[in-house]
Design a protein around this ligand. Structure first.
Ligand SMILES: [Zn+2]
Length: 117
């Protein structure tokens, strides 16, 4: 039940956009492609929250790009701090680094710019 009806009109269950059979975009891939850009899809809200959490964490540790993260990691590995602080910081660095790809894609950029404005 992925929005396909008997008349072979593919319909997005979130925004109602229809792709009738025979239209250029029609096919097994069309809804998959649409979901990535559908403004009503639940994933959009999650993406906004995801970016918000990521930015908050990046702001907290004071670095956001790979170069800054690498140098911060080097500092934290030799810093005279309690072990729990070191572990927490390295985990935060790892979390920000592992989500760094999200600022590189077009859809992420668009959402990021929407947040800024
Ligand atoms: Zn849609």
């Amino acid at each position: 039940m992925n929005g396909e009806t008997t008349s072979s009109v593919l319909t997005c269950v979130y925004c109602g956009k229809e792709y009738p059979e025979g239209t250029p975009a029609w096919g097994s891939q069309v809804l998959t492609d649409h979901i990535k850009v559908c403004e009503k899809h639940p994933m959009r809200e999650l993406e906004v929250k995801y970016r918000k959490v990521r930015k908050a964490l990046a702001d907290m540790i004071g670095c956001d790009n790979k170069q800054e993260l690498d140098s911060m990691e080097s500092i934290m590995r030799i810093a005279q701090v309690p072990e729990v602080d070191r572990v927490n910081m390295l985990n935060a660095i790892d979390a920000v680094r592992s989500t760094i790809d999200c600022i590189a894609t077009d859809s992420c950029k668009a959402t990021t710019e929407q947040i800024k404005t």
